[in-house]
Design a protein around this ligand. Sequence first.
Ligand SMILES: *Cc1c(COP(=O)(O)O)cnc(C)c1O
Length: 354
Amino acid sequence: MSDHSIDIKISKASKSKIESVDFNNLDFGKVFTDHMFVCDYKNGAWQTPEITPYQPLTIAPSARVFHYGQAVFEGMKAFKDEQDQIWMFRPEDNHDRINKSSVRMAIPEFPKDVFFEGLTQLLHLEKDWIQKGKGNSLYIRPFVIATEEAISASPANTYKFMIICSPAQSYYAGEVRVLFAEEFSRAADGGVGFAKAAGNYGAQFYPTSLANKKGYQQIIWTDASTHEYLEEAGTMNIFFRVGDTLLTTPTSDRILDGITRKSLIQLAEDTNIDVEIRQISVAEIKEAARKGELKEIFGAGTAAVINPISGFEHAGEKFELPKLDDSYATFFKEKLLNIQYNISEDPHGWRFRV
Ligand SMILES: *Cc1c(COP(=O)(O)O)cnc(C)c1O
C-alpha cells in the first residue's frame, strides 16, 4: 500500500538507542524506538508529514488537550516472522477506528493513504526494534491531540497526529482477579465509551485503584444504569465460557469494538465453537459459577492478546474459576498468534505485510 506520491520529510536519529535496550526485560510501554511520525493540522488541512527522532514536544500550556482532553489514540502491533518479514494485524480497522473516535471528539479525520505511508516508512526505519519470536512485537501507538493555544471550550483549529512505537514482550500478568462494578461506571448511553478517547482511561484509574486495594487487578464494568449487565474490562473486551459456549456482549455506544474481540468471534465460528453475542447478566454468571458451569473468563485486546481471569468478586461474594488444561483462552491465543506471526494460514486476509 506504499504510495510515493505522499511526501514524508524524514530526519534520521544520529545514533540508535537500540544497543542500550534489554529486550529480555522490557516493561510494557516504557521504552520507545528512535523515531516518531508527526503530522500537524492547521488552516483546515493536514500538513506535510514528518518522521523525526523520538523527542519531547514543545506545546503551549494553553493547548486545548490539557484543558478539555480533546485526544484520541489507537493501539496496534507489528510482528516479525522467521524470514524477517514484518506483518501487522488488521491495521485498516485501527485506521477506521481512530477516525470514528476522532469524529466523536470533533477532531478532523486522518487520511488513510498518509496513515499507511507514515506507518510503513516508520516501521521500515525501526525494523531492528521488532524482534523475532512468538510473543515479541512492536507496540504502535497512533494518537491525536488538540494543540490550539486557546482555552475557550470548543474544538481546536490545530492538531497533532503522531505515531510512536515501543518494543513489547509477551507478558504473563500473573493471576488476574476482577471486581464486577457496582457503583462506578466507565461509559453511558450516548457517551464516548465506543471511542478510544483519552479521558475514558483516566476516569478508570481511581475506581481501579480502589479495586487494587481490595486485591483485584481490574474492574469488569457493568451497564451504567442498572449495573446488572457485564460490559467490558476497560482496555479489553470480555468473554465468558459457560459449559462449552462462549458469551460476549454486543458492541454499542458504550463498548469498544475491539479487533481482538471480533477476530475471536470469527475464530470460534471457524472452529465450530458456539458463540452467543448478547447481554450477559451478573446474576447468570454468578449462577453458572455456583453450578460449576462457568469454566472461563478472559479479556481480549491487542496488548495482552488474551488475559485469563482466575476469579471475581461481586457484592461481597467471591468466586474462583477452575484451572483448565484445555482452555479456550489458550486455544484462541495460539490460533491468533499463529496468524499474526505468519505461522499458519490466514483465511480471512487479516495479515498485512509492511
Ligand atoms: C482498545 C480497547 C479494547 C481492545 O481493542 P483491540 O482492538 O482488540 O485492541 C477493548 N476495550 C477498550 C475500552 C479499549 O480501549
